[in-house]
Design a protein around this ligand. Structure first.
Ligand code: SF4
Length: 392
């Protein structure tokens, strides 16, 4: 077992590579892989490409060459996360505006497992703040092993879900008991970007000469909002795009919220929801997350929504990415590439993703439905005392 220290200083890395190889060699298993947004703008560095080169198509081709049955995109699940998280935000906001004093604000985005772990240990009394929406990785696994397994006509036990993540904390996240059904996890194995590059090299795949391929469907279709999840500020910008249109019932002329972007460690901005000012806070790096949460705890800052990401720059700077040795130019190049990938998308808002719309029509009914709650939401624990805290 390969063990490396996580840069977030909270976790150790467990190498799932041999287990993935074994699953690929097992003819009784259907092996499905998802790839996180930040991977596509960093993986190329392991093969001599400039930081920020977008290698989505080559990565997909390499995964197909290695024998994965379906190559899907975590960006699809990021769109799904936004559907649930934006609905939760609007529900809280509407009740707050209507004078419900029991509503807890701000809503904290919940897709970073290192932040969830940090929160459970350090700020457990603020249990009503994080969104109950699961991370994109876990939403993907839950939908793959129900909706997609049903479409294929196979049992969940015969499907293996693998994640390619920029993140070491995702390995820990997929092992949490609340993301298992009868002991079978929604996501079986996680490989980091670096581990994927090693696997490609071990398989003697000539990355350079690969002909780019598209993701498979239906869980390969995504909006530009899903792509920007990989950078600090991206999750909240994606949420704002959907929440604005749902709240105001007006179409956004411009979807680029440049006031939410950048690399400043702690940022705040107010977005005008057609006469209703929505105050947003953003922090990246756990020390900065602590400062932001501390201000909220002490009542010094009044936000409606906040995004915190453990790694510098967000997932582009994740502990499983090609090493950047603190070179901010590398992070900036990866960030720029994600915004370029967003801009190149025809669909740039999560709620306009046709595959997401179809998923709700065919299976989930609507955001925050009973089925959505069961598959796409979670609860948190007070890990300072090891006593479970459930939402409501
Ligand atoms: Fe993982 Fe870091 Fe992204 Fe958090 S910010 S999800 S720890 S890569």
């Amino acid at each position: 077992q390969c063990v490396a220290v996580c840069p977030t200083a909270a976790l150790t890395e467990v190498d799932h590579t041999n287990l993935v190889i074994r699953a690929l060699a097992d003819p009784t298993k259907t092996v499905v892989v998802q790839t996180a947004p930040a991977v596509r703008v960093a993986l190329g560095e392991e093969f001599g490409y400039e930081p920020g080169t977008i290698v989505t198509g080559k990565m997909t081709a390499a995964l197909k060459d290695m024998g994965f049955d379906y190559v899907f995109d975590t960006d699809f699940a990021a769109d799904l996360t936004i559907m649930e998280e934006a609905t939760e935000l609007l529900d809280r906001l509407t009740r707050y505006i209507n004078g419900d004093t029991t509503v807890k604000l701000p809503l904290l985005t919940s897709c970073c497992p290192a932040c969830v772990n940090f929160f459970e240990h350090q700020f457990p009394e603020m249990k009503d703040i994080p969104s109950t929406a699961r991370s994109p990785q876990q939403m993907f696994g839950a939908i793959a092993k129900t909706y997609f397994a049903d479409k294929l006509g196979i049992k969940r036990e015969n499907m293996v879900v693998v994640s390619i993540m920029p993140c070491l904390a995702k390995k820990y996240e997929c092992s949490r008991d609340e993301f298992k059904t009868n002991g079978n996890p929604d996501v079986d194995y996680v490989l980091s970007t670096r581990e994927l590059s090693r696997l490609i090299k071990q398989a003697s795949i000539d990355f350079d000469s690969l002909i780019p391929l598209e993701f498979d469907h239906p869980m390969g279709e995504s909006s530009g909002a899903g792509v920007i999840f990989g950078t600090t500020g991206g999750v909240i910008e994606a949420a704002v795009r959907t929440a604005y249109e749902t709240f105001t019932k007006q179409k956004l002329d411009k979807v680029d919220f440049k006031q939410l972007r950048g690399m400043d460690w702690i940022r705040e901005s107010t977005i005008d929801f057609n006469g209703t000012p929505i105050k947003i806070g953003i922090a990246h790096g756990l020390g900065n997350a602590r400062k932001l949460l501390q201000e909220i705890r002490e009542g010094k800052s009044q936000y409606h929504a906040i995004e915190i990401m453990a790694c510098p720059g967000g997932c582009i700077g994740g502990g499983g990415q090609p090493l950047h040795h603190g070179d901010s130019n590398i992070l900036l190049a990866r960030q720029k590439a994600l915004y370029a990938a967003d801009k190149a998308k025809v669909i740039r808002k999560s709620h306009e993703n046709p595959s997401i719309q179809k998923l709700y029509t065919e299976f989930l009914e609507r955001p925050m439905s009973e089925k959505a709650h069961q598959l796409l939401h979670t609860h948190y624990f007070d890990r300072s005392t090891h006593v479970e805290i459930t939402k409501d």
